[in-house]
Write a protein that binds this ligand. Structure first.
Ligand SMILES: Cc1cc2nc3c(=O)[nH]c(=O)nc-3n(C[C@H](O)[C@H](O)[C@H](O)COP(=O)(O)OP(=O)(O)OC[C@H]3O[C@@H](n4cnc5c(N)ncnc54)[C@H](O)[C@@H]3O)c2cc1C
Length: 440
């Protein structure tokens, strides 16, 4: 008989654990408390506008190896657009267009060459780029208490921060450099340099449901697995002869293995009484928000003023908006990461729209707020956790000390920031260990 695995949480960690294990022949019972799968990465239908929106633009990078494996299994890997070389267009508040473009050299020279040739840096700043070689030779930076201090010690000041490190760090870590642990920062840098595609950007060509959710659900259901939505797991009895999850409607869910894939802020409430992981204080992790605004232009206006580039993505410098994603000739979305730190999350939708218009008018030649027909603001208040120094000690391992209980989720100890790759890497660790235990 097939061995069974019960999973609490149908976000990307829970779904990918289910898919990895189903592929190896396990019988999956997946429970998701909300009516939809996908957790913090999903699309929803807007009845007024008759279209799907993602809850926020998700970008991947060439180092998302576990994510690519997951997408290959469910059959959506080819829905990703890969950059052939790292290339990003920026616009600043002087309406200057600046291109960060790497040569086809091997890492780390691809990134170094991109920075050295970037038009926004002074001669002295270009010389400071060479100091970044220290990041690539395995040196320990334990003596720095955060990434801002580390970068400062490497001469990364002025325009180097403004035009490169600040946008890069906000995009990857969703917070400022002073809140990023050196450990997590260095893990991303070494992943980026681990192969020639590491720092290239990868963008989904479909919405998040099509890329990550729908086909994973089909994959699981077509193989006889069970998915129950709108069913909350409220506790577990483990380390006993009668191991089970308990559902809100008081059912006992028995299985051979159990995975928690709930977010950090729910973990203690659900599994805190389970002997073993009671030392986990993940609820002390801090969250950071992301605000996205979808902007539609009037019928006689178009996005000519937005320079076309292969990914349809432009960075803004010196503004609260950090990225613009061109969706069609009359529709684009903008992203504000670290939105609470910037004081944006608490603003009303109208105030956020005004702020966007101000930023866009400052940077885009030919743009005026008068061109806007309609907009939609999406606030994700708990988009990511903040990967600060304290988080290093709060993130639990995936193996718990209870022989058949595992923890997956972007917030577990993967050494990575709060990303799809961290969620899927954690799922991979759980699934590999379950397979090993069962001799598969
Ligand atoms: C706006 C936005 C933009 C982002 N941009 C990027 C990006 O560009 N690149 C990137 O890599 N990442 C990005 N992320 C982060 C990424 O979405 C997350 O890291 C990832 O989705 C986390 O997945 P998870 O499964 O670990 O957690 P979650 O998505 O939080 O999933 C946990 C699931 O558990 C369910 N649950 C909770 N309690 C219970 C219970 N008791 N019983 C059953 N189910 C329960 C929840 O409903 C949820 O579905 C972004 C996130 C947001 C919000």
């Amino acid at each position: 008989m097939k061995k069974s695995v019960a999973i609490a949480g149908g976000g990307i960690a829970g779904l990918s654990a289910a898919v990895f294990l189903a592929e190896k022949g396990f019988k999956i019972k997946l429970f998701e408390s909300s009516p939809k799968l996908g957790g913090r990465a999903y699309s929803f239908y807007d009845r007024d506008r008759k279209m799907f929106f993602d809850n926020g633009q998700h970008l991947l990078a060439g180092w998302y190896k576990n994510t690519f494996d997951f997408l290959k299994i469910i059959g959506t890997y080819n829905d990703l657009k890969f950059q052939s070389n790292l290339e990003i267009d920026f616009l600043d508040t002087y309406k200057q267009k600046l291109k960060l473009k790497s040569s086809g050299l091997r890492p780390p020279f691809n990134l170094l060459s991109a920075l050295i040739s970037f038009p926004g840096f002074t001669g002295k700043e270009k010389l400071s780029v060479l100091k970044l070689r220290a990041l690539m030779n395995g040196k320990s930076f334990d003596n720095f208490s955060n990434t801002a201090e580390l970068l400062d010690s490497l001469g990364q000041t002025g325009n180097l921060m403004k035009y490169f490190w600040e946008p890069f760090i906000l995009a990857v870590f969703n917070t400022a450099a002073k809140n990023v642990s050196v450990n997590v920062f260095m893990n991303v840098i070494s992943k980026g340099f681990s192969d020639e595609n590491g720092f290239k950007l990868v963008i989904p060509s479909n919405d998040l449901n099509q890329l990550l959710i729908d086909r994973a659900e089909e994959y699981l259901l077509s193989r006889g697995n069970e998915i129950e939505k709108s069913v909350r797991i409220i506790g577990a009895v483990l380390n006993s002869s009668d191991d089970h999850f308990i559902t809100e409607d008081t059912r006992k869910i028995k299985a051979d293995h159990f995975i928690s894939a709930v977010p950090f802020h729910s973990f203690r409430g659900v599994f805190g009484n389970t002997s073993g992981p009671d030392h986990i204080c993940a609820e002390r992790l801090r969250s950071s928000s992301i605000v996205s605004v979808h902007i539609f232009l009037k019928d006689n206006c178009n996005l000519e003023f937005l320079k076309d580039n292969p990914l349809g993505m432009t960075g803004l410098i010196g503004t609260k908006i950090q990225w613009i994603f061109k969706k069609s000739e009359s529709y684009f979305s903008v992203v504000i990461s670290g939105a609470d730190e910037l004081g944006v999350t608490e603003l009303s939708s109208e105030e956020i729209a005004d702020l966007c218009i101000e930023d866009l008018e400052k940077c885009l030649n030919g743009f005026s707020g008068e061109m806007i027909k309609d907009y939609k603001v999406i606030k994700e208040k708990r988009a990511t956790f903040i990967p600060d120094n304290e988080s290093d000690s709060l993130r639990p391992k995936q193996l718990t000390g209870i022989k058949n209980f595992y923890i997956a989720g972007d917030w577990t100890d993967t050494g990575l920031p709060s990303t799809i790759e961290s969620a899927i890497q954690s799922a991979r660790i759980c699934s590999d260990h379950i397979c090993k235990t069962e001799g598969i």
